[in-house]
Design a protein around this ligand. Structure first.
Ligand code: C2E
Ligand code: CA
Ligand code: CA
Ligand code: CA
Length: 277
């Protein structure tokens, strides 16, 4: 038993050691990663349920590191948030989204709106609205082609500040989406107090696709409709899920069924192949 315990301890501490190593690596190299373009933005398609056409795309950060190889967002986003460095990444993401939209316009392609993720911490570290405004101005973009995703957990602290921010975004013409709806503890309160344009139903509800979860999703969609908020289901992976979501009137869908997050050029080819656009 002693030996077994020793081994378990070793495995555990090895894992922990690696995690700590990644952590300090991320902290020390975020500037370099942004400057040298190790961070790449992948885009995941969002489709309209009724037509199956592309409705937009979500920008998701990928870190291809020359030393560490591929780093997953869950290896660097939480670290950057805790260390109050997340604005370094998100400023870059917003700029990249702006450049991407400009390239679409220059190529005379129809503009596909991009949504990006804003962390609670971002509101303390940067003026998110002026960052977006300057990107829009510099690239000559129409305003509603950039959409802001804020997670439910962000609403727990800084209530008034975030409430005010959301109103300012919307007042300036930028749609705001509530991300990961249902994953936190304050879902209904959040809907009561804040004004969102769209609600993204957390993918956990589709992971267990049974009678109960279907009833929950149906109620969420009905409730959102009743209070005038659009709905998007995340994590759609099967045809069965698509048909169910269509039958209950969920307006937009996102998930591996339609495509994983991928570089923009790949997304364009993918959408052509799959007749999404
Ligand atoms: P999220 O905003 O909820 O993004 C959706 C996540 O679900 C993405 O993981 C996406 O790849 C994954 N996903 C999409 N469709 C499916 C599906 O059908 N099945 C399954 N199993 N998964 C699916 P990813 O890219 O690893 O991002 C994880 C989280 O990291 C994001 O969750 C978001 O909160 C955060 N994040 C990613 N990029 C950024 C960023 O640039 N800035 C900030 N602040 N956060 C980011
Ligand atoms: Ca999101
Ligand atoms: Ca989400
Ligand atoms: Ca999530």
């Amino acid at each position: 038993i002693k030996r077994e315990r020793g081994r378990a301890y070793c495995v555990f501490s090895e894992h922990l050691r690696q995690e700590l190593a990644v952590r300090s690596y991320v902290i020390a190299h975020i500037d370099e990663a942004v400057e040298n373009g190790y961070i790449e933005i992948y885009y995941q398609p969002v489709v309209r349920t009724l037509t199956g056409n592309l409705a937009g795309m979500e920008a998701l950060a990928r870190w291809h590191d020359p030393v560490y190889g591929f780093l997953r967002p869950n290896q660097f986003i939480p670290v950057l948030e805790e260390e109050r460095l997340i604005d370094k990444l998100d400023r870059y993401v917003i700029r990249e989204c702006g450049r991407q939209l400009r390239r679409q316009m220059d190529a005379h392609q129809p503009i596909v709106p991009i949504s990006f993720n804003v962390s609670r911490m971002d509101f303390q570290l940067m003026d998110v609205l002026s960052e977006i405004e300057s990107v829009v101005r510099e690239n000559g973009l129409p305003r509603d082609c950039l959409r802001i995703e804020i997670t439910e957990t962000a609403m727990v602290q800084d209530r008034n500040r975030i409430l005010e921010m959301i109103d300012r975004f919307r007042g300036n013409g930028y749609p705001v989406w509530l991300d990961d709806f249902g994953s936190g503890y304050s879902s209904l309160n959040v809907l009561k107090d804040y004004h969102f344009d769209e609600l993204k139903i957390d993918m956990e509800f589709l992971r267990v696709f049974n009678d109960t979860s279907r009833k929950i999703i149906t109620s969420v969609v009905m409730m959102a409709k009743a209070i005038g908020i659009h709905t998007l289901a995340e994590g759609v992976e099967t045809r069965e899920q698509v048909e169910f979501l269509r039958s209950i009137g969920c307006e937009k869908l996102q998930g591996y069924y339609y495509g994983r997050p991928m570089p923009y050029d790949e997304l364009v080819a993918h959408c052509r192949e799959r007749h999404l656009c």
